[in-house]
Design a protein around this ligand. Structure first.
Ligand SMILES: [Zn+2]
Length: 373
């Protein structure tokens, strides 16, 4: 569901501790590997804890039980509970963390706010005498070439003339050593995922009748793929910024922070950008997407103030929620998909979503002001 290669290069995702060969019957899902969550996992006898945030994002030289993170590693290993992190790879996935946030707000027609490039693709071109054309296309298709969306064995061909002079030591299928040959050949073009290049070239070589087939491999330019960070979508009907903020507050789990809004309460909202977690690096993408409002977490004074200044009192307005609350809706979808997939595989597991808040902020007092009101 969350290929580690989709993670940002600064990230640290995957198995943090645990033995891949160990049996898993109970899986607890949570956003943070916080002490209260570890407590819950061990009390429920989970075999695996899956969290969004990595326990060890920065390099460590010790997991001695003298530090909080070291203690967490010790407790998990002692109890036989593995820990697995799916962080920015889960942000980028479809469906991913921001899809869940967008869905609970009722957004539809979701696209990435900042799209990742699509998977690398090559184009293989070769030249084949007529009788072997279908065989070569079949061989390439069998090695993963020619898949475009829901279509398989896609190829483009054109007829042309090949010419060559076999050398004295050659064993040509067509023609004789020392004599010029002219052969009607077909140019075959097929796309292939770059990771299957070697396999496709081997299949081509095996199926092609020539001793030394002419082959070109082009690395295609990459452009926006379906995955990426954040999402943009549309509300079913336009609403005011105030109503929208109330909707956000209703849809997300309760936190001390609540929902903070920058913008005119009566302004109309229709197109919404969201980014689960800290999204203040995506303001350019939010503006480019034409969003009326941006829902994210951890908005600091300067990025927020600068973004509002650039907007000149107009959209995009800002809605700031607690980091944990913005990502928590993702867990329900993970639970359903894991349970479903493992049930279908004939290895059913119990999956539980932690409802303990790991938002560090516990309470809030209104600030009426002493000196300035
Ligand atoms: Zn986060």
């Amino acid at each position: 569901m969350y290929d580690p290669s989709w993670a940002r290069d600064w990230d640290a995702v995957g198995l943090v501790c645990g033995d891949p060969a160990a049996a898993v019957r109970r899986i607890l899902l949570a956003i943070d590997p916080a002490p209260s969550v570890i407590e819950e996992a061990l009390a429920w006898r989970a075999d695996l804890l899956i969290t969004h945030h990595p326990l060890l994002l920065k390099g460590v030289h010790t997991v001695a039980a003298t530090s909080p993170k070291g203690r967490t590693v010790h407790r998990l290993i002692r109890a036989g509970c593995a820990l697995y992190a799916a962080h920015t790879n889960a942000d980028a996935a479809v469906p991913g963390v921001s899809d869940a946030l967008a869905r609970v707000l009722g957004l539809t027609d979701l696209v990435p706010l900042s799209a990742d490039p699509g998977d690398p693709v090559d184009k293989i071109v070769t030249f084949v005498p007529e009788p072997a054309v279908e065989k070569v296309i079949d061989a390439l298709a069998g090695a993963g070439a020619g898949e475009i969306g829901e279509y398989q064995r896609c190829a483009w061909t054109a007829v042309g003339t090949g010419t060559f002079v076999p050398g004295a030591g050659a064993a040509p299928v067509i023609g004789s050593p020392g004599e010029r040959s002219l052969v009607e050949e077909r140019r075959i073009e097929m796309v292939v995922p770059r990771q299957r290049r070697t396999e496709a070239l081997a299949a081509l070589a095996a199926a092609h009748p020539y001793e030394h087939p002419a082959v070109d491999v082009y690395e295609l330019a990459s452009w926006s793929g379906p995955r990426g960070i954040g999402r943009v979508g549309t509300l079913g009907a336009p609403t005011s910024l105030r109503e929208f903020a109330m909707l956000v507050a209703e849809a997300l789990p309760s936190t001390a922070q609540g929902v903070r809004i920058a913008g005119e309460p009566t302004a109309e909202i229709r197109r919404v950008a969201v980014c689960g977690g800290a999204g203040d690096s995506l303001f350019d993408a939010v503006r480019a997407a034409g969003a009326d409002v941006y829902v994210t977490a951890d908005l600091r004074h300067h990025p927020a103030a600068d973004a509002r200044e650039l907007a000149g009192d107009g959209p995009p307005f800002l809605v700031d929620v607690a980091h944990w609350a913005s990502e928590w809706p993702w867990l329900a979808g993970v639970s359903n998909r894991l349970e479903g997939a493992l049930m279908d595989a004939g290895t059913p597991v119990e999956v539980l979503v932690s409802i303990r808040s790991t938002d560090p902020w516990i309470f809030r007092v209104p600030s009426p002001g002493g000196m300035i009101r």
